[in-house]
Design a protein around this ligand. Structure first.
Ligand SMILES: Nc1nc2c(c(=O)[nH]1)N[C@H]1C(S)=C(S)[C@@H](COP(=O)(O)O)O[C@H]1N2
Ligand SMILES: [Mo]
Length: 155
């Protein structure tokens, strides 16, 4: 299963795949270029986002996001302020093959506030815009609380 869900605060919900994302980003590189010691091929997060925005948003005026929330298959998740994503890259291949252990994709945040933000096995990308301005901090951990709405949906 290599489907990745995308939820965008303005444009709605979408489904994609590692291959489709890489194609949109247009260019890949060894992740070691940005994260010494890491292995595999990655594409640039911001390049992907710009290309994706153009494709699905077209001429719509879309404000800049304020954070990215990534959700993993093991319920690990991270919320990352957009300004920490300048050098962020998405790992999608290892030895020329789709990722097995850490797939479908893994995010690396070289200039992020913590290594713990390098979330593996990402199944959902939530691109958000938080109206509240001010210093936002990255958070991460295993999801352990559920909203009332989620409880209704998953009952
Ligand atoms: N899906 C998922 N991603 C994850 C984690 C996790 O438990 N699940 N742990 C995080 C933490 S706390 C760290 S420090 C790094 C560890 O990355 P490494 O295994 O490449 O050293 O992965 C991060 N990504
Ligand atoms: Mo960590």
């Amino acid at each position: 299963m290599n489907e990745i869900k995308i939820e965008h605060f303005k444009l709605g919900s979408f489904a994609t795949s590692p291959e489709e994302m890489a194609m949109l980003a247009g260019k890949s590189f060894p992740i070691a270029q940005r994260v010494p010691g890491a292995v595999g091929d990655a594409f640039d997060w911001q390049r992907w986002y710009s290309a994706w925005l153009e494709k699905v948003g077209g001429a719509e005026a879309v404000p800049a996001p304020s954070q990215l929330i990534v959700e993993a298959a093991d319920t690990f998740e991270a919320s990352i302020p957009w300004e920490q994503l300048g050098e962020a890259a998405v790992l999608y291949k290892l030895d020329g093959e789709p990722l097995q252990k850490t797939g479908p994709i893994r995010l690396y945040v070289p200039n992020g506030s913590s290594k713990c933000l390098n979330v593996k096995s990402i199944v959902k990308l939530k691109i958000g815009q938080n109206a509240a301005s001010g210093a936002e901090e990255a958070t991460y951990g295993f999801k352990h609380t559920f909203s009332a709405e989620e409880l209704r949906k998953n009952k």
